[in-house]
Design a protein around this ligand. Structure first.
Ligand code: ADP
Ligand code: MG
Length: 697
């Protein structure tokens, strides 16, 4: 089923192509209370996570909005630089909160006998790389494969143009719960081009609610003294009053703790929010100014978002544009974005015979050392911003030094006009590529080729120029830098949010989220949370002598450091080690596993991770090499493996130890651990006996 999801700051909406037209799903209407039954509200899924003292686990959607004591709202805003959010005594990443919302929508859809395995998901036109990637990661962690990320105004315009089949210059005035975004798009020959986009964050329905609350308090004549729960009830009453005033002249509001009803009229509300409406018109003026056009150049004005349903907002936009806006019956403010996304999904699935042009918003490239500016690290663009997708581009690079054994290729999404350190720039990951042999730098040049798909997936290939040997050829499915989480970690946090005990889960590679096979009865109901980034999984329990299980000795320090660069100031990740051990246990369920770590590791971890490592040591499944034997973990690993006739699990070649432990050359004694695209892979490695003319690391 071709599905579109409008993942909104306040409300999300899911729509599906039914073969002829779009159905907007009434996902959660069973939890919509009577007093919230306004037109099309049954199609909304509030983008909220809440908790209630009466219920186990987190609440989502209408339950979260109407029945929580405490809520996390607007997690979408936090996806930009996910520093984590607090819910009661816990902290989780905003990405996990978003993933929880996606998962809840997916489950509600299943209750309505439809599925959301994949979707086109909309993002604000101005969403930066980090927010785009985290939106995708959240959906993937919830088991939804992202077909494409589509800008919200393009989706709204697509919904409208699908019906009227015309060309023109469209203005999308989207005023929702948290922001106002104005975009002008050109629609010609079936293609949409965003010509100008302006917005104001922190100006939406929330700000209008604040003004109305002040007005009501003024009418009461005193600040009501409210408990936390009453405060939540008051906030909901204020919002409801505002919504009703869009269609009713006066509304009576009940305020907790106040015996009389408070009457508010529409003109009263309009008088206290006049300046906010005026402010919201500013991006319209700036867009027209950016394009150097008069309002008459715009052929159609679409009013999108809940706040634009206020009569005074519609009137103000019509006055400024000196034209009528498209009526809500033709382009519905609450559902047009999701509807457009579903049409886009149907186009991608070839269910609709049309063409959809998706463009990259930012440049993609790597880092290089600027030869002119004293070797400073700079962004080196491979794919230009606003490139139509799919696109393939390549560029040639030469290593900085002679005879390097390894290359570190940093993958960046960036604005080429800004310095690399700009917070808007986003490092996706680092690829570590080994040269087949050490070469002088003039012979070690290589070509880096990026292929960027419509669904936003990046494929990276590096080829040695001298003989065409492929050094790396892989898809970047995970982004491990810049405080981003792995899919597995997001899933662990989601599980914890739900209050369900964590069960080991495989990282989702575009496949549905793992089935939870936990026993609710024996649940650990208060899982530990680790702010703000990697959250270690629960300690894996060793599985001694299950069946005729083999022994494995894991080089823990090596795996905690995998993909991280000491020189760049990176720290090792204990969460990564846990992830690897869990993945290993799934692949070798009968194995007996011991993990060995360096004495130094404990000092290199963050405070919280250090505690987790110590816990692991106390419970006996991790062994630390005695202090004073710095860098000797690999020798202890090999010694232990020799004694137990065990298999060594590492990303290292153990080259220096091969002479001392000749059995490392035997087949099946060394398993190479790697993490391409976020999935742990353990492959047999059989080091060849060194020849004098071959240079390894
Ligand atoms: P977002 O795009 O931020 O998810 P929506 O477009 O769903 O937001 O708009 C939600 C906001 O619109 C909320 O502040 C809500 O109170 C407000 N809203 C919804 N319907 C109406 C209405 N009929 N009149 C006024 N405000 C409304
Ligand atoms: Mg919206």
């Amino acid at each position: 089923m071709s599905t579109g999801i409008d993942f909104g700051t306040t409300n999300s909406v899911v729509a599906q192509w039914n073969g002829e037209d779009v159905d907007v799903l009434a996902l959660d209407s069973e939890h919509l209370e009577d007093e919230w039954f306004y037109p099309s509200f049954e199609c909304l899924f509030p983008t909220i996570v809440g908790e209630s003292s009466l219920r186990l686990g987190a609440l989502f959607g209408w339950e979260a909005k109407l029945q929580s004591n405490r809520v996390i709202e607007a997690c979408k805003r936090m996806l930009r630089d996910d520093g984590g959010v607090a819910l009661r005594d816990r902290r989780v990443s905003a990405t996990a909160v978003a993933a929880g919302v996606f998962k809840a929508m997916r489950e509600r859809a299943e209750n309505s006998l439809t599925t959301i395995d994949s979707a086109v998901i909309t993002v604000p036109a101005n969403a930066k790389g980090g927010a785009r990637y985290r939106t995708r990661a959240a959906a993937r962690a919830a088991g939804i494969q992202v077909k494409a990320l589509l800008n919200e105004p393009t989706a709204a315009a697509l919904s409208y143009m699908h019906d009227i089949q015309d060309e023109g210059t469209i203005m999308v005035f989207d005023w929702g719960g948290g922001t106002i975004d104005v975009t002008v798009l050109e629609h010609r020959d079936g293609l949409f081009e965003e010509r100008a986009s302006r917005g104001i964050t922190q100006l939406g329905g929330i700000e209008i609610d604040k003004k109305l609350r002040e007005l009501i308090v003024q009418k009461i004549g005193r600040q009501p003294e409210l408990s936390l729960e009453e405060e939540r009830q008051f906030a909901l009453a204020v919002e409801r009053t505002k919504i009703r005033l869009s269609t009713e002249e006066t509304v009576l509001t009940r305020v907790p703790g106040v015996s009389r009803l408070i009457e508010v009229s529409r003109p009263e509300l309009e008088s206290v929010i006049g300046h906010l409406v005026e402010e919201a018109l500013q991006p319209v003026r700036v867009c027209l100014n950016d394009l150097g056009v008069e309002p008459t150049a715009i052929s159609d004005v679409l009013l999108i978002g809940g706040t634009s349903q206020m009569p005074c907002v519609r009137a103000a936009v019509e006055r400024l544009m000196d034209a009528e806006t498209v009526p809500a019956e033709i382009c519905h403010p609450m559902t047009a974005v999701a509807r457009g996304a579903a049409i886009a999904a149907a186009i991608v699935d070839k269910e609709v015979d049309s063409y959809l042009q998706v463009s990259s918003m930012y440049a993609l490239g790597t880092t290089a050392y600027d030869r002119v500016d004293s070797g400073k690290k700079v962004f080196s663009e491979i794919i230009k911003p606003r490139s139509p997708l799919p696109i393939r581009e390549k560029k040639n690079y030469t290593p900085k030094k002679d005879h390097q054994s390894e290359l570190s290729i940093e993958i960046w999404e960036a604005d080429p006009d800004k310095p690399l350190s700009d917070p808007e720039n986003f490092q996706l990951t680092t690829l570590h590529v080994r040269y087949p042999r050490r070469l002088p730098r003039d012979q070690a040049s290589f070509t880096l080729e990026y292929t960027y798909q419509q669904d936003g997936l990046l494929h990276v290939k590096a080829t040695l120029d001298r003989d065409g040997q492929v050094l790396v050829d892989k898809e970047i499915a995970e982004f491990t830098h810049g405080g981003s989480l792995s899919i597995t970690t997001i899933q662990q946090q989601m599980t914890a949010l739900e209050g369900i005990p964590h069960q080991s889960s495989r990282p989702a590679s575009d496949s549905p989220a793992p089935r939870q096979v936990g026993d609710r009865g024996t649940a650990n109901l208060t899982p530990q949370f680790m702010p703000p980034t990697p959250q270690p999984a629960p300690i894996p329990t060793p599985q001694p002598g299950r069946g005729n299980g083999k022994s494995f000795v894991v080089d823990g320090s090596n795996i905690a450091w995998l993909g991280r660069d000491v020189k760049a100031g990176d720290s090792p990740s204990f969460a990564q080690l846990l992830e690897a051990v869990e993945a290993f246990k799934q692949q070798y369920p009968d194995g007996e596993i011991s993990v060995i770590v360096d004495a130094a590791l404990v000092h290199q971890l963050t405070h919280l991770e250090r505690e987790e490592l110590r816990k692991g040591m106390r419970s006996g499944w991790i062994t630390q090499v005695p202090a004073g034997t710095k860098g000797k973990a690999d020798r202890l690993v090999a010694t232990l493996a020799e004694r137990k006739k065990a298999v060594v699990v590492t990303n290292d070649s153990y080259k220096e130890l091969q002479a001392e432990f000749p059995w490392l050359h035997e087949p099946g004694r060394l398993l190479g651990a790697s993490n391409p695209g976020g999935e742990w892979i353990f492959l047999q490695r059989q080091p060849v006996r060194p020849r004098p003319d071959v240079n390894g690391r």
